[in-house]
Design a protein around this ligand. Structure first.
Ligand code: ADP
Ligand code: MG
Length: 218
């Protein structure tokens, strides 16, 4: 489902570089990505998600080699196939909860905002306990509520693969568990690979595999 081979990447201007010989994540498999700050966890996730393109090697996600795609095709692929939850939520202040969830449909020409997508957004918002706040703006929400909105956004497009970049780092234990439960439920229901960067050792037991970026890139 996710298969990386001989991947090499370096930021322009000769800064940080990273290479991964082999990495595979099966449908429905969950992987926690760990490693010290600055070791390349976010970079690796962005390579898997098609946000960054490798210099060489292949990154096959749901049967598509993302490394072979040009910039626009990669953006379309990401919109259609990838769900990603950021640490910092990345909500827009001037959009209410539902419109924040539906943001991928506003920014990607590959997605069409139809009644079904709106229904799905409303259902997701309901499922994470924000039904009554669906018309609220982010500044009126708690941290945990904001992250739940971000989780709904990552799921509304029904992605084939799901990524989290320290998605629970700013949350208390209850909200952390709620967010992880939602991501793990999606993984089971859709048999989607789930790859999450997390420093939280208490969470590591939930994952099938714990992968240290330093070992992957050694
Ligand atoms: P982690 O998520 O493990 O903390 P990152 O993947 O964010 O690490 O960063 C790995 C290294 O790449 C760091 O040294 C960081 O400074 C560098 N880096 C991150 N983003 C960029 C960028 N856009 N351009 C150049 N260097 C970057
Ligand atoms: Mg990071």
């Amino acid at each position: 489902m996710i298969e990386v081979r001989n991947l090499a990447f370096g930021y322009p201007q000769g800064g940080f570089a990273l290479s991964v010989t082999a990495l595979a994540v099966a449908p429905g498999e969950s992987v926690a990505v760990v490693g010290p700050s600055g070791c390349g966890k976010t970079t690796l996730l962005h390579l898997l998600a098609g946000i960054l393109a490798p210099a060489s090697g292949s990154v096959v996600v749901d049967g598509v080699d993302v490394a072979e795609l040009g910039r626009e095709d990669r953006q379309d692929f990401r919109a259609l196939a990838v769900g990603l939850v950021f640490q910092e939520f990345e909500l827009l202040d001037y959009l209410d909860v539902l419109d924040n969830v539906l943001l991928p449909y506003r920014v990607s020409p590959a997605l069409t905002l139809d009644g079904e997508a709106r229904q799905r957004a409303a259902l997701l918002v309901e499922q994470v306990g924000l039904g009554e706040k669906r018309c609220s703006y982010p500044r009126r929400l708690s941290q945990g509520e904001r992250q739940r909105v971000a989780v709904c956004r990552s799921l509304v497009t029904r992605p084939k693969v799901l990524f989290g970049d320290e998605p629970t780092a700013n949350l208390d234990a209850d909200n952390r568990d709620h967010v992880m439960d939602t991501l793990f439920r999606y993984r089971v229901e859709q048999r989607a690979p789930l790859v999450v960067v997390t420093h939280d050792r208490e969470l590591h037991g939930r994952f099938d595999t714990v992968a240290d970026v330093r070992e992957l890139t050694a």
